[in-house]
Design a protein around this ligand. Structure first.
Ligand code: DLZ
Ligand code: SF4
Length: 509
């Protein structure tokens, strides 16, 4: 019988993958390939590349141990083709294979490349999710608004997670209201488990340093887990030591602690080392044992079965053009401060510095510091999207693009967010300790020393009044502006113009 090729991509490292289930280990050949095209469609953080390549190499060994024949291409192989399709063609010829079985990639670019390949490629649905794409589309069809909250309730009912019969456990679907405690210095945690790189991973780290050392980000120290076993240990550690405070402190930010109560397992989940279901089951077990409060368990599960699945549904529903949406017509280039260039804004310097070191920032750092600034300053959302896709280890387009284009930059015109997520410096001050050591004064609303968020916030709202002003939820904010005296309003707008002028001229802000 003619062999078939089974494609396993770098974010599909799961023994239960649909392509592997459809294949026959006695006859078919698994193709895994480290290729330059995947390594360079954005300037990925070296830690992200290292995670993926190291996890791929470990996974290939696990497949071989499980009886699969794996044709594995290393980046340094002189024969290697530069793209996934190129590698498939090379392997098809080598093995005389007539057909490729694949699990649908998480990015339109690669879906199209496989569809257009001069090979027969069968793309099977990626069923590592709670909700199928058909189910999401059925849910979305005919709705005026795609509200996460209603989608999330459907997923709770479907999975039975945190349900008591047809009622939500604890009497409420959502406990977020109280989940906004501010950061306190005595909150410092030991953080996620850190794994020592083995010989396979060390080799990858050297390779990545040599090939991608010029990209933004450091590869060492490297402490991510790169196997399913390590990812399960990371999950267990989170459930036991960090989850209890996750709800209360999920929005807090502290200079001295990048991770706080966050699980830091999204990168494992998104490359297939963990499944959403097993994560939720572990969290629920902790709650059922009375070891964590409902607001922590519910808040976490909402991210996994609600937000994450909803993001995926939107990405595939909206199609390949989604990443180019720009309803606010923002066109400013991404400032150098996002790549570590000098800035006087301590919050940005801190989040970017942490990102450079860890390829990680938590949701509020992403949404309310860098994302908020990019939106207020009118940065081109396409460039913002590519930045997030590049710098975070957990970033794959299906999940990153809706978070950035929709949720953070409001560039889809409100499919995801009912209003733009913008705030003045006050929010950052409330949730973090960043403002204490900033060159700007968060309490100052005008003048040279005023926090740029305070100036740009109003400037943004004024600029976009026509589109945003009619939203009833924005009414009180615009009334505050209208009540401000004229001299002050002028000073705010002049200050914002100065900040934007400095950004445009490449001066330090
Ligand atoms: C992100 C990434 C990188 C950096 N390198 C590879 C690679 O060499 N080989 C591979 O199969 N996958 C890689 N990936 C992940 C893919 O980019 C990812 O599968 C697609 O973007 C779809 O989500
Ligand atoms: Fe950021 Fe403004 Fe606070 Fe400085 S004062 S850290 S710029 S929010």
């Amino acid at each position: 019988m003619v062999a078939r090729l089974v494609l396993v991509l770098g974010d599909q490292l799961c023994p239960d993958l649909s392509a592997l289930r459809a294949a026959d280990r006695t006859r078919d050949i698994v193709v895994m390939a480290e290729v330059m095209e995947e390594g360079s469609y954005v300037p990925h953080h070296p830690k992200k590349i290292a995670l993926i390549l190291a996890a791929m190499r470990h996974f290939a060994e696990e497949l071989r141990a499980g009886g699969w024949k794996v044709a594995y291409t290393r980046l340094e192989d002189p024969e290697a083709a530069p793209s996934i399709v190129g590698e498939l063609m090379r392997r098809a010829e080598e093995y005389g294979a007539g057909e490729v079985i694949a699990t649908q990639p998480g990015e339109w670019r690669l879906i199209a490349a496989l569809a257009d390949a001069p090979l027969t490629v069968r793309q099977l649905p990626d069923d590592r999710f709670i909700c199928t794409l058909e189910e999401f589309n059925r849910w979305a069809e005919g709705r005026k608004e795609l509200r996460l909250e209603y989608f999330y309730r459907e997923m709770r009912r479907k999975t039975g997670f945190l349900m008591e019969g047809d009622k939500p456990a604890g009497g409420k679907w959502n406990f977020d209201h109280g989940n906004r405690k501010r950061a306190q210095a005595d909150m410092l945690r030991e953080g996620p488990v850190r794994f020592a790189p083995d010989a396979i991973t060390q080799e990858v780290l050297d390779l990545v340093e040599a090939r991608f050392g010029g990209n933004f980000g450091v590869v060492r120290p490297f402490w991510y887990g790169v196997t399913r076993d390590a990812a399960q240990r990371a999950l267990d550690h989170f459930a036991q030591h960090l989850l209890a405070g996750f709800g209360d402190y999920q929005d807090a930010m502290l200079e001295q602690d990048a991770f706080l109560h966050h699980s830091v397992i999204s990168m494992y989940l998104n490359i297939g080392l963990l499944s959403p279901r097993e994560i939720c089951e572990r969290v629920i077990a902790q709650w059922q044992a009375g070891l964590v409060p409902i607001n922590a368990a519910e808040g976490y599960i909402r991210q996994v079965i609600g937000w994450r699945e909803y993001m995926r549904g939107i990405y595939f529903r909206e199609g390949p053009g989604y990443v180019r949406r720009n309803v606010l017509r923002h066109g400013r280039p991404l400032p150098a401060m996002f790549w570590g260039g000098e800035t006087r804004m301590n919050c940005i310097a801190h989040v970017v510095g942490q990102t450079r070191k860890e390829a990680y920032a938590h949701h509020i750092q992403r949404l309310m510091v860098t994302g908020n600034f990019a939106l207020l300053a009118g940065i081109d959302p396409g460039q913002v999207h590519e930045w997030y896709l590049a710098v975070y280890a957990d970033a794959f387009e299906w999940v990153e693009a809706p978070n950035v284009i929709g949720m953070s930059q409001f560039a889809d015109g409100g499919i995801i967010a009912s209003k733009p997520y913008v705030s003045s410096g006050n929010y950052i001050d409330k949730m973090s300790d960043y403002c204490r050591s900033c060159a700007y004064a968060v309490k100052e609303k005008t003048g040279e020393n005023a926090c740029p968020f305070n100036l740009l916030y109003w400037d943004f709202l004024v600029r976009h009044r026509e589109r945003i002003g009619c939203n009833p939820r924005m009414g009180p904010v615009y009334r505050t502006w209208d009540k401000m005296d004229e001299v002050r309003r002028r000073a705010v707008l002049d200050g914002a113009a100065r900040v934007l002028g400095d950004l445009d001229a490449g001066r330090i802000v």
